[in-house]
Design a protein around this ligand. Structure first.
Ligand code: NAD
Ligand SMILES: O=CCc1c[nH]cn1
Length: 494
């Protein structure tokens, strides 16, 4: 498949084990190919009736799925992982077309997705409670049970992977899920739904409803929804929490960030430069955990800056479906303008553009209406500049000099966010001392933005709560039942 040729004509909702047109609608949306600016799909946003039908379908499937043993669920999830692995290139291509990220990167997103399914398939069979001995031969035990119908609401930067990070643990624990992707990226998650069906989940266990805020609200407010797991911005996260609180539904919130990356003068500079680029330029900088505040110890500021600018200027921008492209277009025109606006404001506030920061016009005429920009590095930054304080969600790195460990820790933590943080140093004691002080849910030592599915992922402070990936996520998709067993007679106080 080549850029500029893909369109979707099939329905994008998925219910009861097949693609369906929504039963009712709350407006129409268009999805784009960011590389060319072409419309690739037009779809109706689901209304209250369609959301209810999806919930009913999920409830019916849940009754079957919850009765299966962990090992039975495991086998089906492993089969889903196998199919994703087999169809890796096709899924990555669809992801690239709808999101704009390079095909090189999209392939890794799909790899992490099947790995996530394999990981939770492995845990499904070992979900267990405990036995507690009580006086007189009585005893108690606990059972870890699924919650019921869970809702997943996703952002547009990792459409397929976000859907897997939510559905793999949810299904492993015995739940059903209804997933609503971002209206910007509606396409790839329906492939996941088809794969689950092919792998053998009961029809209705994983449904997809398309739409924006209104559809998301119907989902959060539905009385038969047991839990909401949300990935997106802080303002929407607050709304989801409010809506879910009305039904006392537990929520997982994976929100935004403005993470610090601290580079000490005793680091391996080559690795630190690579780490800073990994921390800023994957998926065109549209990554929640990006280390966009790059604190560099003054002794190596010039050397580090010179090298990171040189390497950034070499990033191959262009058609995201070409194997050698490393940066594709941003998600849409308004987001591109917003990112460029942050750079303009930064300049007005005294930041210096060291490279990039303007539009990129590819030579290929079919890409002329795409949303490309050159990755940007800002120097002369101060902590109170808007570009340093706010999440830009684009390829913009701010470099901030520092002198001492105490000073940099104070400045790194001076943010309402707390998703991630990184430190580059060869001093092992310093690395762990610094990490112990960082107010962030995910910390990297001498690397950045690697996502092994075995490790929990999630934020501190306004970056959210709850975790995805890792063993702990089982706790966010299950509830504990306590059973107290009397072996003697009732000793009544009456
Ligand atoms: N922490 C993480 O794991 C993580 C991962 C990816 C993205 N993000 C964050 O996501 C943001 C970018 O994504 P976005 O622009 O899609 O975020 P967004 O908050 O605009 O939208 C996210 C999702 O919420 C839905 N939504 C919007 N309003 C809603 C409402 N009132 N009720 C229910 N659903 C509603 C949207 O349709 C979309 O599906 C960034 O802030 C980024 O940091 C976080
Ligand atoms: O964008 C944030 C990190 C991530 C990757 N996949 C899901 N979340």
């Amino acid at each position: 498949m080549s850029t500029g040729s893909f369109t979707v004509s099939q329905p994008l909702n998925y219910r009861g084990g097949k693609r369906v047109q929504p039963a009712d609608g709350s407006g129409t949306e268009e999805a784009y190919e960011p590389a060319t600016g072409r419309v690739i799909a037009t779809f109706q946003c689901s209304g209250e009736k369609e959301v209810d039908l999806a919930v009913q379908s999920a409830k019916a499937a849940f009754k079957i799925w919850r009765k299966k043993s962990g090992m039975e669920r495991s086998r089906i999830l492993l089969e889903a992982a196998r199919i994703i692995r087999e169809r890796r290139d096709e899924i990555a291509t669809v992801e690239t077309i709808n999101n704009g990220k390079s095909i090189f990167e999209a392939g890794f997103d799909i790899d992490i997705s099947w790995q996530c399914l394999e990981y939770y398939a492995g845990l499904a069979g070992s979900m267990a409670g405990e036995h507690v001995q009580l006086p007189g031969g009585s005893f108690g035990y606990t059972i870890r049970e699924p919650l019921g119908v869970c809702v997943g609401i996703g952002a547009w930067n990792y459409p397929f992977q976000i859907a897997v990070w939510k559905s793999a643990p949810a299904l492993a624990c015995g739940n059903a899920m209804i997933f609503k992707p971002s209206p910007f990226t509606p396409v790839s998650v329906v492939l996941l739904a088809e794969i689950y069906t092919e792998a053998g989940v009961p029809p209705g266990l994983f449904n997809v409803v398309q739409g924006g805020a209104a559809t998301g609200q119907f989902l959060c407010q539905h009385r038969d929804v047991a839990k909401v797991s949300f990935t997106g911005s802080v303002p929407t996260g607050k709304k989801i929490m409010e809506l879910s609180s009305q039904g006392i539904k537990p929520v997982t919130l994976e929100l935004g960030g403005k993470s610090p990356l601290i580079i000490f003068s005793d680091c391996d500079i080559e690795n630190a430069v690579k780490g800073a680029m990994m921390a800023n330029f994957l998926t065109q900088g549209e990554v929640c955990c990006n280390g966009t505040r790059v604190f560099v110890q003054r002794e190596i500021l010039d050397k580090f800056t010179e090298e990171v600018v040189k390497q950034t200027q070499k990033i191959k921008i262009g058609d995201p479906l070409l194997e050698n492209t490393r940066m594709g277009p941003l998600i849409n025109r308004s987001h591109l303008q917003r990112v460029l606006g942050f750079i303009e404001q930064g300049k007005k506030q005294g930041a210096k553009v060291l490279c990039g920061g303007d539009l990129y016009i590819p030579e290929d005429p079919k890409l002329k209406d795409g949303y490309y920009m050159k990755p940007c590095i800002l120097g002369n930054c101060k902590d109170d500049m808007t570009c340093v304080k706010e999440e830009i969600f684009g390829p913009v790195m701010s470099i901030l000099p520092f002198d001492t460990e105490t000073e940099v820790l104070e400045r790194a933590n001076d943010t309402t966010f707390g998703l991630a943080a990184g430190v580059f140093t060869k001093d092992i004691q310093r690395a762990h001392r610094v990490v112990a002080e960082l107010q962030a849910g995910v910390c990297y030592i001498n690397n950045y933005n690697v996502s092994p599915v075995e490790l929990p992922f999630g934020g501190y402070k306004m970056s959210g709560f709850g975790r995805e990936n890792g063993r702990v996520t089982i706790e966010y998709y299950s509830q504990l039942k306590t059973v107290c067993v009397e072996m003697g007679d009732v000793e009544s106080v009456f």
